[in-house]
Ligand binder design. Structure first.
Ligand SMILES: Nc1ncnc2c1ncn2[C@@H]1O[C@H](COP(=O)(O)OP(=O)(O)OP(=O)(O)O)[C@@H](O)[C@H]1O
Ligand SMILES: [Mg+2]
Length: 325
């Protein structure tokens, strides 16, 4: 498939003094990606969409893009995820990206699979799998829930505030960029706090690249797809409580928690889809979102092998973790 998004960036390496990050080969506790070979993935390719037009971030070579030139990694030019950068992240700008297509088209973004590979003669191949979430800007978005989520987030320029309020294309682009930036920031904070969320690798505009949760390009199932036995259901519910406590500790509610926004990778829960994560203290509706998250997830667990899951108990437990609440 043709490269798209950040993978369309073209760069040459004869003009700068970039050196690989010193953390490139360090190890740390979040080293989820230890794979070293590629299999076909069974993702739901939605190849009809054409994302190319709005994801070319410039930085092309002087004589224009060459279709035969590889798509160089855009890591160096992006906002990058928190330190310590996990060892599986390919940081070297000599790496190339191959876009394997859209895994899932969501309400506000498309998520694609990108394989980033550093293949330098005489060195072992270093590869990482990335989930690339591209927020849609001007078209095909649903806005009905933005109002609550934007509350409490400050946008300084009133022109921007008006544009968002009236949903002009300019305003929609701003919202898409804000959502991507919000998700990137929240993932960084939660990952740094040790919570089970994907590591946010990089951000450029409306495009967020994060750790791909799965094996060799095959995505982990959503919790909603599973029918766990009672033992596993109890275990997954315990993990859910733990990760929600970590969110509450950091001052957040997920804001859209469901069995669809939870992946289960080798029996371990990973929370995804966090652009609307709610600041529990700063957002006046924060506790209402927390309550709704508890109800949604407990309803699912109570119906799927963990009958003790109770929204009121969970909410009380989480409230005890909120700093200053
Ligand atoms: N880091 C990841 N690793 C693997 N798969 C992922 C990852 N992030 C997202 N996905 C896949 O893409 C889907 C959509 O992601 P996400 O929920 O973040 O986007 P969305 O636009 O809110 O979609 P939806 O409207 O379906 O909620 C997920 O359900 C999951 O299958
Ligand atoms: Mg989602």
């Amino acid at each position: 498939m043709a490269a798209s998004g950040s993978s369309k960036r073209r760069r040459r390496f004869d003009d700068d003094g970039w050196t690989p990050s010193p953390t490139d080969h360090d190890h740390d506790d979040h080293d989820h990606q230890d794979r070293d070979h590629v299999d076909d993935h069974d993702c739901d390719h939605d190849r009809d969409r054409d994302h190319d037009h709005d994801h070319d971030h410039g930085a092309t070579s002087d004589d224009g893009p060459d279709p035969d030139e590889p798509a160089w990694s855009s890591y160096r030019d992006a906002s990058r995820g928190p330190e310590p950068v996990p060892a599986w992240v390919v940081t070297d700008p000599r790496a190339t990206d191959v876009d394997h297509g859209v895994l899932k088209t969501g309400k506000e973004a498309d998520v694609s699979l990108v394989e980033r590979t550093l293949d330098v003669e005489g060195e072992p191949v270093h590869r990482s799998w990335l989930a690339v979430k591209r927020y849609r800007s001007a078209e095909h978005r649903m806005f009905h829930r933005d109002a609550g989520y934007l509350e409490g987030r400050r946008v300084r320029k009133s022109r921007e505030m008006r544009a968002m309020a009236t949903r002009t294309d300019f305003g929609r682009d701003l919202i898409a960029g804000q959502r991507a930036a919000a998700e990137f920031a929240v993932l960084g904070r939660l990952w740094s706090a040790g919570a089970a969320v994907p590591y946010p690798v990089q951000l450029i505009g409306t495009e967020l690249m994060m750790e791909f949760v799965g094996h060799d390009g095959v995505a982990a199932p959503r919790l909603a797809q599973l029918r766990p036995d009672r033992r596993l259901a109890r275990n997954l519910y315990d993990q859910m409580r733990e990760v929600l406590r970590q969110l509450a500790d950091a001052g957040y509610a997920h804001g859209d928690l469901s069995a669809y926004n939870t992946l289960v990778h080798d029996d371990r829960i990973v929370l995804i889809d966090l652009p609307q994560a709610v600041d529990l203290v700063g957002n006046p509706q924060g506790f209402a979102y927390l309550r709704r998250d508890c109800e949604n997830i407990c309803t699912w667990f109570a119906a799927h092998g963990a009958p003790h899951a109770d929204a009121t108990d969970l909410e009380a437990e989480l409230l005890r973790s909120v700093p200053g609440a």
